[in-house]
Design a protein around this ligand. Structure first.
Ligand SMILES: C[S@@+](CC[C@H](N)C(=O)[O-])C[C@H]1O[C@@H](n2cnc3c(N)ncnc32)[C@H](O)[C@@H]1O
Length: 264
């Protein structure tokens, strides 16, 4: 059995796009509350295979020193014009802008998050869905805090990768982190795992977020192991490199347009 398995199934948003009008933007409300000094409680997250857990709001406002190693490494590798995709409270964008004097555009589908980013001083913060963006304008795309999750499911990974690579300038890079969550599933006597998420791939989860007594619409979020990411990348004309592994099954990968690819 999976750890903390939740027996009930709820309807899931199966779309790839993040700008779902039915979303209440609880994530953004929480970020904005924190930014405006109204921090009274944390976000609660729950998934198909794990019980309710607190996501401390101060974590979204982390400094460079408080960031996990894989995020610090991503910030060290960022170069040129950076697009921080799903920037949340904008901690990565703010570091690059303030400490490294870099040109950064921060985007998020959350209105509250973008308002908070502007209040924090991010010069170019826009409410946008990465899937709606166009133009090969960026040298670095940052997808951090399990940025691969934005693809939603493994089945949508190709569409996701095909689109985001069009946003890269020639020679550009995608820096993206994720985790191999097989450890979340219980092991049997033979060393196999009981994969009980009722999906095609064990890293496909449904997320349930609540804040101050309100519940967000459930949404799909993908955790992808490195080998599966690499296979998906290669199939979509991208080279994939494992940059660093974190302390808890997490890793940072760099994707670049493969030299033999027609879009290279
Ligand atoms: C796990 S949070 C990470 C926030 C931030 N990167 C950090 O590390 O603190 C994921 C963020 O991605 C945003 N997001 C989800 N889908 C998106 C999309 N298609 N385009 C832009 N942002 C998206 C969410 O609103 C959320 O703020």
């Amino acid at each position: 059995m999976a750890k903390n398995l939740k027996p009930e199934t709820k309807e899931t948003d199966s779309r790839l796009r993040g700008n779902d009008k039915t979303m209440k933007d609880l994530f953004g409300k929480a970020i904005l509350d924190y930014q405006q000094g109204n921090y009274t409680e944390d976000l609660i997250t729950e998934t198909t295979i794990s019980e309710a857990d607190e996501l401390p709001l101060p974590y979204l406002f982390r400094s460079y020193d408080e960031m996990p190693l894989i995020e610090q490494k991503a910030l060290q590798l960022a170069s040129g014009h950076v697009l921080d995709v799903g920037c949340g409270a904008g901690s990565h964008a703010l570091f690059l802008q303030k400490e490294r004097n870099m040109q950064v555009t921060a985007i998020d589908v959350s209105e509250g998050a973008i308002e908070a980013c502007k209040l924090r001083g991010i010069k170019d913060a826009q409410m946008a869905d990465v899937m709606d963006m166009s133009g090969a304008s960026y040298d670095t795309l940052l997808f951090l805090m399990n940025g691969a999750g934005m693809a939603g499911t493994l089945g949508r990974m190709s569409e996701f990768l095909q689109h985001i690579k069009t946003l890269l300038k020639p020679g550009g890079q995608i820096l993206l982190d994720s985790s191999d969550i097989i450890y979340m599933y219980d092991e049997d006597e033979d060393g196999g795992r009981w994969v009980t998420n009722n999906k095609n791939y064990y890293g496909e989860l449904e997320f349930f977020v609540s804040y101050k007594g309100e519940e967000e619409e459930p949404f799909d979020w993908l955790y992808i192991d490195y080998n599966t990411l690499q296979r998906a990348a290669i199939a979509n004309g991208l080279d994939c490199e494992l940059i660093v592994e974190g302390e808890h099954y997490d890793y940072l990968a760099r994707l670049t347009v493969a030299s033999h690819s027609p879009s290279a």
